[in-house]
Design a binder for this molecule. Structure first.
Ligand code: C6P
Length: 395
């Protein structure tokens, strides 16, 4: 990038793709391009089989009991909207409470704002703790006393890196009769997730953040919950039978997948899961923890750079996301100078404006975020880029 070796440190936005994943898309289009579920000919059967295999791989990876609990959507955003528009529409009525937190991504805020507006419900927020590093337990318990219908929480914050104890949150929410959605956009790519162990009702993720292609993601939901939910979209494939006036919905998960699917996306997602399985999510987590520790130490030692205050100090409590600010320099200038050194980072509000501008009181922040292919040298390059920023801005 800009004549330099690319140092890609924007993995929270999207990941790079292994050849295996790119090859899977190529193979589908060149060897067995056909629609799924429809043809009784060889290549359609193969496409259907590969698409279903991909769902099975994801079900195994996240601990779902079967592919009936795995709905393919475009991304985490669509998964959360699907829940708000179907489950939410059925269960959240006038005066009911919806509980999210101050560290949510817009994808886990706006669908609930919209639902609250449509149905005259109330949207409440769990506050951050005093260190602005995690969620305040007291605030959570206070909000639970309002008996929310649903608690919808990020597993890992895309700004602070904080890992929320969603197992404990789920247990406490269930004790009060609330349903729980976990936004797993920043956890599923980086650590072992077991939805059965978490016991959450819904779990949303995006393939593009976990070595897969864009335009494909998944909603996991408990079978008994999905059974009671109406489909969001009507059309081909989501029905068993249709008469002039009505229809019978298809079995799970197809009831929620109207029209021709993102077939190559699903198949390539399967290849991404194979790749992640091959490396092992525990190894990825261990590797990223090491990088995060090194990054926090390196950045915090630079005069004028602030890391603490934007997430937990302990790497046990955070994923591979490190937000920082440089005194007197706008994060967009920081990212531009990084770019000139071939280092790709993100700057801005990270689609979490209530957190970044509201709670942290920052216009925007710079952010580096890691994945399995990053190494210590990448962080050293980021440190050198910070030194360059400081030199240019004389700070
Ligand atoms: N965060 C980031 O740079 P989609 O766009 O639907 O694949 O993912 C949305 C999303 C939902 N929840 C969390 C916690 C996220 O971090 C994201 C995506 C990216 O931080 C792009 S804004």
């Amino acid at each position: 990038m800009n004549g330099k070796r690319l140092v890609y440190l924007d993995n929270a936005a999207t990941s790079q793709k292994p050849n295996k994943v790119i090859d899977a898309i190529h193979d589908y289009y060149t060897q067995y391009n056909a629609n799924i579920h429809r043809g009784v000919y060889k290549i359609s059967e193969r496409a259907t089989e590969e698409y279903i295999n991909s769902k099975q791989k994801l079900a195994d990876m996240v601990g779902a009991s079967s592919i009936e609990e795995i709905i393919y959507v475009r991304n985490t955003t669509e998964a959360i909207n699907l829940v708000a528009l179907t489950w939410g529409e059925m269960n959240v009525k006038k005066g009911d409470h919806i509980l999210i937190s101050q560290m949510e991504h817009h994808s886990n805020i706006i669908p609930w704002q919209m639902l609250a507006k449509r149905n005259d419900a109330v949207l409440d927020y769990i506050e951050l703790d005093d260190n602005k590093a995690g969620l305040s337990e007291d605030s959570f318990k206070e909000q639970l006393d309002k008996d929310p219908k649903i608690v919808s929480i990020a597993h890992v914050s895309n700004v602070l890196g904080s890992i929320n104890d969603v197992k404990k949150i789920t247990k406490l929410a269930h004790d009060r009769g609330a349903f729980v959605l976990v936004d797993g956009a920043q956890s599923a790519p980086h650590m072992k997730v077991d939805v059965a162990d978490l016991d959450c009702d819904f779990f949303a993720l995006s393939a593009h953040k976990m070595l897969g292609p864009t335009g494909i993601g998944a909603l996991y939901a408990k079978r008994e919950v999905l059974d009671k939910m109406p489909p969001l979209f009507g059309g081909g494939d989501m029905i068993k039978s249709v008469s002039m006036q009505t229809y019978t919905p298809n079995d799970l998960p197809w009831k929620f997948e109207a029209g021709t699917s993102n077939i190559e996306g699903g198949i390539a997602f399967g290849a991404a899961i194979d790749y992640l399985d091959g490396v092992g999510l525990d190894s990825i987590r261990k590797h990223e923890k090491k990088l995060t520790e090194y990054a926090i130490k390196s950045l915090s030692e630079i005069d004028g750079v602030r890391v603490f205050g934007y997430g937990p100090k302990e790497t046990d409590k955070r994923g591979g996301v490190v937000s920082f600010s440089i005194r007197g320099v706008h994060p967009h200038d920081v990212a531009t100078i990084f770019d000139s050194d071939g280092v790709a980072i993100r700057a801005g509000h990270h689609c979490a404006m209530p957190l970044v501008t509201g709670v942290l009181g920052q216009g925007s922040l710079s952010r580096i975020s890691f994945y399995l292919y990053n190494d210590i040298d990448d962080i050293d390059k980021a440190v050198r880029a910070i030194e360059k920023v400081k030199k240019i801005f004389k700070c």
